[in-house]
Design a binder for this molecule. Structure first.
Ligand code: ADP
Ligand code: MG
Length: 730
């Protein structure tokens, strides 16, 4: 029996304990979080007020108050069964990190007590010298510090044998530079808030104190059986299949999209949702995606910083829960060639402190003008800073996805839908010197409908689409931490909102306000027109058209990341205090390095698979054919077996075909090794360029030969699980 056949026998659903009465979600939602209401119950009124002021106005709490909160948090966590705590943070590699400490302190020889002080809550000091800092931390000051981020509630993570209190934190250097993805996001929220308030003031909203970015990330993923996963070095080490002939049936029939979800998968989804609810993560929809074994979770949107933490947690939960069901959750952007990859649609908007969505058309002409001004600011931001948007999704995995025919292209553009497009066109044409209320009505601004999603969301090919009351940034990769894309969006929007507010202020001085606003909108619409595209983003025509318009189409990660080194971009981030120059350059370095490391791991894995698995399988089959042929030849000779020459020729042809394919695979793998040796001499950016231009095509080339071999070798001799098995066996 081949190893693959054995695996077939091992595939089964896990027997689950039946729950007689599923609990209602409201009865346990957020039970494992130390949220505002839990905190209020546990701490004194004065400390609670101080805490709230800290959150809303930035007034710091005293060490006594921190001690009180820490003490309450500890008591709450211990009452829930937690014995350890950890500062939980998001280093620049994209994963989350934690260093666990026990609550116990030694009080006397052989005696311990549970202790957790305010200073430990506020600042941890992990020995984290091996987290990448891109050169920010000099070796003599190698430590990074975690600091409590009170805006995100602490939570308890359960494992079979224990529970851990996790304290969401930022990760900074001794001098306060951001060593993580979270701090820049928090800073960008400040920036966009300030800018948005500035604009809202002009429109008469004097009482708005805070504007927040909101975000709902839709998470796509694949599930495959763990037994198959364990047999594939490529999935195990790189998260994607580096070889594998496509299955005759892929997603052509689209018979999986929104189809019935198989029970095994539904069970997984139930459990993920239950775990997520305990942590206060509001997952809402779940469904099958287009590719076989591809699915999606979408949450109800939240403030961006919470949404970012929740998305990281959700990804971790998905991976953990999948294993309990003998499944593996693949978050890679392109785990399988030839079928859709996975993205993370980032739904983004702005809301004021009363919950008003700034991208919602309003009830009055004035409200609608404000909506159009914000919209125009978004258009301008994407137009002027598409390089930064592109850089925010530049990771090795996403390179396989962007520009492939199911994902948005690497060209950034905005889709608005027919209604808005025609309104903007009218405004652009109708810019007059004096606009009466009547004119506004004529432009349709009064009657701006609440754009419902069904009428605006038809274009699923657009990377940045307006979908009724929010924008959807579809270029984000499924495995990505959303903090950086949000931080970039917030920053470029902040700059644009400031610009628009300034223009309006100047244009309206001593003039009619509405007339001035319309004029500014008309100007912005005209200026940024090239970024708007309503057609099919997957088409070749668009690539040509975009080129004509001068829109960048950046295919490689290393080129996309160059945006972080540009002078004007450094100035932009410094102006809005989101990144310092040093922080930005550090990120550039780390992310180029990460790209190189990813490709090196992939190339070495491919080489190893070829040598340890593909070629041996091929040779075994080759030997079978050779034995067979030589037997036939000798039987013909010795016992005069009747065989036409053509029969022997056919067998010879078969044998040489296999031998030839093995040769191609080996020859190209030797090239691969040489290329890696050559790359080792290069500087990190040159290396990344070489990897993009030469290593990736060579790996693809090897793959084609391996896949051709897979197609001729007998099933019995091929050890690697096949696409049809991984994708179609339930
Ligand atoms: P689709 O798959 O059609 O794009 P979904 O309904 O699956 O749409 O997802 C829409 C996502 O947008 C949800 O996660 C939702 O919470 C989020 N969303 C809705 N309104 C806002 C908003 N104002 N700001 C940010 N995200 C939002
Ligand atoms: Mg979507």
């Amino acid at each position: 029996m081949s190893i693959r056949e054995e695996v077939l026998f091992r595939i089964k659903s896990i027997d689950l304990e039946r729950k007689s009465q599923p609990k209602s979600v409201s009865s346990y939602f957020g039970e494992n979080t130390f949220n505002i209401s839990t905190m209020k119950e546990h701490i004194s009124e004065s400390t609670f007020d101080a805490f709230k002021r800290w959150m809303s106005e930035g007034l710091t709490i005293t060490i006594d108050q921190a001690n009180e909160i820490a003490e309450c948090m500890k008591r709450w966590a211990i009452s829930k069964g937690a014995t350890y705590y950890t500062h939980w943070f998001q280093p620049m590699t994209g994963l989350t990190a934690e260093k666990h400490d026990s609550f116990i302190s030694i009080t006397a020889p052989g005696k311990v007590m549970e202790k957790f002080s305010g200073s430990k809550l506020i600042q941890g000091e992990p020995d984290a010298s091996s987290f990448p800092s891109g050169g920010i931390r000099a070796t003599f000051e190698a430590r990074g510090y975690t600091a409590w981020d009170p805006s995100s509630p602490a939570f308890i993570i359960e494992s079979t044998l224990g529970k851990t209190l996790c304290i969401p934190s930022i990760f900074i250097s001794y001098h306060g530079e951001a060593l993580d993805k979270k701090l820049p996001l928090l800073r960008s929220d400040e920036a966009v808030s300030k800018a948005a308030i500035g604009l809202l003031r002009l429109f008469g909203h004097k009482d708005v104190k805070k504007v927040l970015s909101t975000c709902g990330p839709e998470q796509e993923y694949f599930l495959i059986d763990k037994n198959y996963y364990n047999l594939r070095q490529d999935l195990l080490l790189t998260g994607r299949t580096l070889v594998g002939a496509s299955s005759p049936k892929g997603q052509q029939l689209e018979d999986q999209y929104f189809g019935t979800i198989k029970e095994r998968v539904v069970n997984f989804m139930f459990e993920v949702a239950e775990e997520a609810y305990k942590l206060g993560i509001p997952v809402m929809t779940r469904h099958n995606e287009v590719a076989p074994h591809q699915y999606e979770f979408a949450p109800v949107f939240e403030e961006s910083n919470i949404a970012a933490d929740h998305n990281q947690l959700l990804m971790e939960l998905m991976k953990k829960v999948a294993l309990r069901h003998n499944l593996v959750c693949l978050l890679h952007e392109k785990p399988f060639a030839g079928i859709n990859g996975s993205g993370k649609h980032l739904n983004w908007s702005l809301a004021d402190d009363k919950g008003n969505n700034l991208l919602n058309p309003g009830e009055t002409p004035e409200d609608n003008l404000q909506f159009l001004a914000v919209l125009a600011a978004v258009l301008r931001a994407v137009y002027n800073h598409s390089d930064l948007l592109r850089s925010s999704v530049a990771i090795a995995g996403n390179e396989h996805r962007l520009g492939a025919n199911e994902a948005p292209p690497a060209i950034m553009s905005v889709f608005l839908g027919d209604q808005l497009t025609s309104i903007l066109n009218m405004i652009e044409k109708g810019a007059k010197n004096k606009v009466s209320k009547r004119d506004i009505i004529d432009l349709g601004v009064t009657k701006l409908p609440k754009f419902n999603k069904d009428s605006t969301d038809r274009n699923r090919t657009s990377p940045f689409a307006f979908t009724g009351n929010k924008f959807e940034f579809r270029a984000v990769g499924s495995s990505q931490n959303i903090s950086t894309p949000i931080a970039v969006i917030n920053t470029i929007i902040a700059e644009s909102l400031d610009y628009v507010a300034d223009k309006i202020k100047k244009a309206s001085a001593g003039k009619d306000f509405n007339t001035a606003v319309l004029k500014v909108i008309a100007e912005l619409v005209k200026e940024s027109k090239d970024i708007r595209f309503e057609g099919n983003n997957y088409s070749e025509d668009w690539v040509k058209e975009a080129k004509r318009r001068g829109l960048p189409n950046v295919a490689s990660t290393v080129d996309a990341l160059k945006a972080l080194e540009k002078k004007e971009n450094i100035a932009l981030f410094e102006k809005y205090k989101v990144f310092t120059k040093e922080e930005l350059l550090a990120r550039h370095k780390i992310w180029v390095d990460l790209y190189n490391l990813t490709l090196e791991i992939e190339a070495n894995t491919l080489n190893e698979m070829v040598n340890s698995c593909v070629v041996p399988s091929g040779c075994e089959y080759e030997r079978l054919l050779a034995d067979n042929l030589s037997r036939l030849v000798s039987l013909k000779k010795e016992v005069k077996l009747k065989l036409e020459e053509a029969v022997l020729d056919d067998q010879k042809e078969h044998l040489s075909e296999v031998a030839q394919k093995i040769y191609y695979v080996r020859r190209n793998s030797k090239e691969l090794v040489k290329l890696l040796e050559k790359a080792a001499q290069l500087h990190h950016e040159e290396k990344a360029e070489l990897y993009f231009k030469e290593l990736k095509p060579l790996m693809e080339h090897i793959r084609r030969h391996v896949d051709a071999l897979e197609r001729v070798v007998s099933d019995e001799h091929w050890d690697l699980p096949k696409y049809r098995e991984m994708l179609f066996i339930k």
